[in-house]
Design a protein around this ligand. Structure first.
Ligand SMILES: NC(=O)C1=CN([C@@H]2O[C@H](COP(=O)(O)OP(=O)(O)OC[C@H]3O[C@@H](n4cnc5c(N)ncnc54)[C@H](OP(=O)(O)O)[C@@H]3O)[C@@H](O)[C@H]2O)C=CC1
Ligand SMILES: O=C([O-])CC(=O)C(=O)O
Length: 263
């Protein structure tokens, strides 16, 4: 007996959202049905094959998704996430730097409790969150997260003149994820898995010599030590965003209904 495909709503149709649709289109056996996408301008023409687009969160929820994916940015998560969760739908989020604002964190968690729903932080452009959160159980003494992106990605035209790497930020993850809302959500994910946004040290570097987005995480604690590095190929649509982010959303969706879940 085959079960019905998972009904999924999506908020946002930019580099990641379009990437999710492209990945799923290449996986005809994936039992995932994107029943609707919430966009800011539903009247804008969309690519052939795009699922129905809607302009309000109420219209998205009326399509009866079982789960909603957020791929639209900090403000969208902060403003729309609570309604999704209060309706009882789980929310898979990537713009997790928004949780650095205590009022956003509190309203999302309160809405999840009220709706009996869960917020899942997608691994997005990073990895190792499973090991970091396991290490946190025994106690972590230090977490450092370094993000390097091509200079023009972080600085625009000004970056083209850079000949040496330039450190743009060094401080707590809480400050950094709010200063670079489109570039270091990964540091918020690492923080939430580990020792929190105030104890995670973040460095952001604009590097004229690289073409991929690099993230390095070092964790020390009772368990031993961990070093995780990833080099992400940027998407064409938004070079701040790695290709792997859309893949991580698809993986998170597939994991929800898999008989064997890894990690
Ligand atoms: N956790 C992680 O690893 C990562 C997280 N991110 C987060 O994901 C976000 C999206 O990334 P990406 O797809 O590359 O960004 P894009 O800028 O390519 O796309 C964002 C899309 O979201 C839409 N949008 C914005 N606000 C709303 C809203 N209120 N309702 C509906 N749609 C909305 C935009 O619409 P419009 O076309 O009208 O502007 C746009 O189409 C980033 O801003 C970042 O915060 C990104 C990369 C990695
Ligand atoms: O895609 C990446 O390299 C990471 C990113 O933009 C983010 O964390 O916001």
């Amino acid at each position: 007996m085959t079960s019905a495909p998972m009904r999924v709503g999506m908020i946002g149709l930019g580099a990641i959202g379009q990437g999710v649709l492209t990945q799923l289109a290449a996986m005809p056996d994936a039992a995932v049905d994107i029943v609707g996408v919430l966009v800011r301008d539903p009247s804008r023409p969309r690519l052939a094959g795009t699922p129905p687009v809607v302009g309000t969160v109420e219209a998205l929820l009326a399509l009866e998704p079982e789960v909603v994916v957020e791929v639209a940015g900090h403000e969208a998560l902060a403003q729309l996430g609570p309604a999704v969760l209060r309706s009882g739908r789980d929310l898979i989020a990537v713009s997790v730097g928004a949780l650095a604002r205590p009022e956003v964190y509190d309203s999302l968690v309160a809405a999840a409790c009220e709706g009996g729903a869960q917020i899942t932080v997608a691994s997005g452009a990073i990895g190792g969150l499973d090991a970091i959160s396991a290490a946190a159980v025994g106690g972590i003494t230090r977490v450092t997260h370094t993000t390097r992106k091509p200079a023009t990605t972080l600085l625009g035209a000004e970056g083209a003149a850079l000949t040496e790497p330039r450190e743009l930020f060094r401080g707590t993850a809480r400050e950094g994820v709010l200063e670079f809302p489109e570039s270091v959500n990964v540091a918020a994910a690492v923080s939430l898995a580990g020792v929190g946004l105030d104890r995670t040290e973040l460095v952001v570097v604009a590097d004229p010599a690289i073409t991929r987005n690099r993230h390095e995480v070092v964790v020390e604690g009772d368990f031993g030590s961990l070093r995780f590095e990833i080099e992400n190929v940027p998407t064409t649509a938004n070079p701040k965003t790695g290709r792997i982010v859309a893949m991580s959303i698809v993986r998170t969706l597939l994991r929800r209904c898999a008989p064997l879940a890894i990690g």
